[in-house]
Ligand binder design. Structure first.
Ligand SMILES: Nc1nc2c(c(=O)[nH]1)N=C([C@H](O)[C@@H](O)CO)CN2
Length: 117
């Protein structure tokens, strides 16, 4: 299956389990892969025949900004829901990274994948 991919998209969200995390939004990084048939766009060279990755980025930024989840899993789930609502995708994977949160780790992340049923 063809894919539309965004890597390292920075979004802002109020997120975290602990009180000290719930006073201000923090930056998160999103990697997203959308499963979509790109044959038409490859043939027509027309952005109207594909999924515009700028619109995908807008959706992800909006979901992150308006939410106040405790867990990365819940935010990733909300992002997947919005992606399936806003775009004609067959499947999607969202990886959410929370950099600089564990002193002895380069990164922490969760990844959720869903397919259209
Ligand atoms: N699987 C997860 N584990 C943890 C999360 C999370 O979102 N998913 N979050 C936290 C805290 O909020 C963390 O950011 C601070 O230690 C802990 N574990």
């Amino acid at each position: 299956m063809d894919k539309v991919i965004i890597e390292g998209l920075q979004v802002q969200s109020l997120i975290g389990v602990y009180d000290w995390e719930r006073t201000a939004r923090r930056p998160l990084l999103v990697d997203v892969t959308l499963e979509v048939d790109l044959a038409a766009a490859a043939a027509t060279d027309d952005v109207r025949d594909t999924i515009d990755y700028a619109s995908v980025a807008d959706t992800l930024e909006r979901v992150a900004l308006k939410s106040q989840f405790f867990l990365l899993e819940a935010l990733a789930g909300a992002m997947l829901e919005a992606l399936f609502t806003d775009f004609a995708v067959q499947g999607a994977t969202v990886k959410l990274s929370k950099p600089d949160i564990l002193p002895n780790a380069a990164n922490v992340a969760i990844q959720l994948s869903r397919r259209k049923h």
